[in-house]
Write a protein of this length. Structure first.
Length: 278
């Protein structure tokens, strides 16, 4: 197999706003794929709806730009149909935690071998900056002129409580650490939840690159991601946002429980379904 470079994963030209954090996420994702030397034909990326979900078109692979909030079930269908593929799901904070939030606990408990990139800018960027489920209480916007009355969700704490077997947080302002985190998440056998802080430079004047650079710190070198309760406590720390792997545990994945179908049987099943419904 020829060694891949990041350029081998270049898809359509990105059309995000100049300076958007999603450019950094895309760059780190392609570098991680290159380091892992994954063939584009062996990779599938499903996304929902939103600025960050356009990433499915910007990576050279099997891309599926699905409907709002449904990146995870589409990714699950892809993995069940073709377990040999490396499957990644990508969604924004509004997409993945509002209309699509109900899928997260079930993906975690099934422990599907899928990597989930939750790309968080704390607002709905495509509809001009309304507060998302991760927006801080009191945020003023056109839809909340007197300040949002709602408290924000904590994606990392949620994933930990739901029992995801791999939970981490990254930030494109610290690209080396984010590349390593994505590589670790993809390599993990099981459901990997990666919360990625991605500043919106157009509508979010609060959580900027400077804001996160001042408030994030890498996990200490002596931190061991083997204690879920300790990880939840760390995730709930509000004065500092920790970057790295919060929790990692090895346990059987969904396909270990007899759901695998032999390749020939799978192909026959798909062919029969196609003939029935075409």
């Amino acid at each position: 197999m020829t060694k891949k470079s990041s350029l081998d994963y270049r898809g359509a030209k990105p059309i995000w706003c100049q300076g958007c954090g999603d450019y950094g996420v895309l760059s780190c994702l392609m570098k991680a794929l290159s380091d892992l030397n994954i063939e584009p034909r062996d990779l599938a990326l499903a996304s929902g709806i939103g600025c960050s979900s356009r990433i499915a078109a910007f990576v050279k692979c099997y891309g599926f730009h699905s409907i709002h909030g449904r990146a995870l079930p589409v990714a699950m269908g892809i993995k069940l149909a073709n377990p040999q593929l490396t499957v990644i799901a990508a969604a924004g904070d509004g997409d993945g935690l509002a209309i699509g939030g109900g899928h997260l606990p079930h993906m975690a408990r099934r422990n599907m071998d899928i990597t989930y990139l939750l790309i968080d800018n704390s607002l709905y960027g495509m509809t001009k900056g309304q507060p998302s489920p991760t927006a801080k209480k009191g945020v003023v916007s056109k839809s909340t002129p007197k300040g949002s009355p709602e408290a924000p969700l904590n994606p990392v704490a949620m994933a930990l409580v739901y029992g995801a077997s791999f939970v981490g947080r990254g930030f494109p302002g610290k690209p080396d650490a984010l590349v390593d985190l994505i590589k670790e998440g993809i390599s993990h056998r099981g459901f990997s939840f990666l919360h990625i802080l991605s500043p919106c430079i157009t509508f979010n004047e609060r959580e900027t690159f400077r804001y996160y650079n001042e408030r994030t710190e890498l996990m200490s070198s002596d931190y061991l991601p083997d204690d879920r309760v300790k990880a939840i406590t760390l995730a709930m720390t509000e004065d500092r946002l920790h970057l790295g792997t919060f929790c990692k545990e090895e346990r059987p994945v969904y396909s270990d429980y007899g759901s695998d179908i032999e390749v020939m049987e799978r192909e026959t099943l798909i062919k029969n379904l196609y003939e029935r419904f075409k």
